[in-house]
Design a protein around this ligand. Structure first.
Ligand code: ZN
Length: 269
C-alpha cells in the first residue's frame, strides 16, 4: 500500500530522540512521504531540519492560529524567507481556530492573510487548520486559490483534519482544495467524518495522522505516528465500500502532486 501522511508534527517533543525509528516504521508500513508542518518559527525550522535527514520527510513552515498573536512582522518575514527555500513544500499549518480561540480572532485573520500572501509569492500550496471557522475562512481561501491556482494546477492546498460538514467540505473542494481525513474517522462517534469519507470525490481526499495527536481507535491515549495513516485509509475505504489499496494509491498521488516540488527535489517518488 502506498501511503502519504499529509500532516504530522514529527518535530514535537513527543518524538524527541525517536524520530529515525518512527520514520523507519512508517517506511515499513508503505509511507512514501510525510509532510511535517510547523506551527511557529522554532517548529518550522525543526521541520526543515527533519526533512534534511530523510527523503521521506517534506517540510511545511508557518504559524498556527493558536500562535497567531506571536506572528509579528519579524516572524512573518522569517516565515517568508524560509517558505522560499527549495526544500520547503508548503506553507502551514495556518488557518483559523474560533473553537479554542487561543489567539484573538483579529490576530488570527491577519496572520492567515499574511501567510496566504507568502504562499502566493513563493508559489507553494498551503496546509490549512480550520476549527469552528469554516464559513469565515472560505472567502480568503477562495481568493488565495484565484491568485495561486493557475500556477499550481489541480489543488492549491489541503484542509487538514477537516471537522466541518460534507456540504462545507464540498465548497472547499470547489475552491481547489483537497480535504484531509485523519485517524479520527475510525472513532465510533464520528459519523460526520465517515459521511465526508463517503461523500467527497475520491480525487480530493488525502489522509493524515496529525501525529502525535489523534491516534486511531484501539490506540487512543497513545502517541500517534505516521505508520498509523493506514488506519485512516482503511476507515475511508470502509465508509466508501471501496478497496483500501485504491484509496491509498489515489490519495498518495494527490498528495505527491501537491507537494511535488519538494518530493522530487529529494529524489523520493
Ligand atoms: Zn497539526
Amino acid at each position: 500500500m502506498r501511503l502519504f501522511d499529509t500532516h504530522c508534527h514529527l518535530q514535537d517533543p513527543a518524538f524527541a530522540g525517536d524520530e529515525s525509528a518512527v520514520i523507519e516504521r512508517a517506511a515499513a508500513a508503505g509511507v512514501e512521504g510525510m509532510l511535517v508542518c510547523g506551527y511557529d518559527l522554532h517548529s518550522s525550522r525543526a521541520a526543515r531540519e527533519l526533512a534534511a535527514t530523510s527523503p521521506l520527510v517534506v517540510a511545511a513552515v508557518g504559524v498556527h492560529p493558536h500562535d497567531a498573536a506571536s506572528a509579528d512582522l519579524a516572524t512573518l518575514d522569517e516565515i517568508a524567507r524560509q517558505a522560499g527555500g527549495p526544500d520547503v513544500a508548503a506553507v502551514g499549518e495556518i488557518g483559523l481556530d474560533f473553537y479554542r480561540e487561543l489567539s484573538p480572532r483579529g490576530a488570527q485573520l491577519a496572520a492567515l492573510e499574511a501567510q496566504l500572501a507568502i504562499a502566493v509569492a513563493c508559489g507553494k500550496p498551503v496546509s490549512v487548520h480550520s476549527r469552528g471557522a469554516e464559513d469565515v475562512i472560505l472567502a480568503p481561501l477562495q481568493a488565495f486559490a484565484c491568485r495561486s491556482g493557475p500556477a499550481r494546477g489541480r489543488h492549491v492546498g489541503v484542509m487538514h483534519c477537516f471537522g466541518g460538514t460534507l456540504e462545507q467540505a464540498l465548497a472547499f473542494v470547489e475552491a481547489g482544495f483537497a480535504v484531509s481525513l485523519s485517524c479520527a474517522v475510525t472513532y465510533p462517534g464520528n459519523h460526520e467524518g465517515r459521511r465526508l469519507a463517503a461523500g467527497l470525490p475520491l480525487e480530493a481526499i488525502v489522509v493524515e495522522t496529525d501525529s502525535p495527536y489523534l491516534p486511531p481507535q484501539g490506540r487512543r491515549g497513545q502517541r500517534n505516528e505516521p505508520a498509523n495513516v493506514r488506519f485512516a485509509v482503511e476507515a475511508v475505504a470502509e465508509a466508501r465500500s471501496a478497496d483500501p489499496v485504491a484509496i491509498a494509491e489515489t490519495s498518495a498521488l494527490t498528495a505527491r502532486r501537491l507537494f511535488a516540488a519538494s518530493v522530487s527535489a529529494t529524489g523520493a517518488r
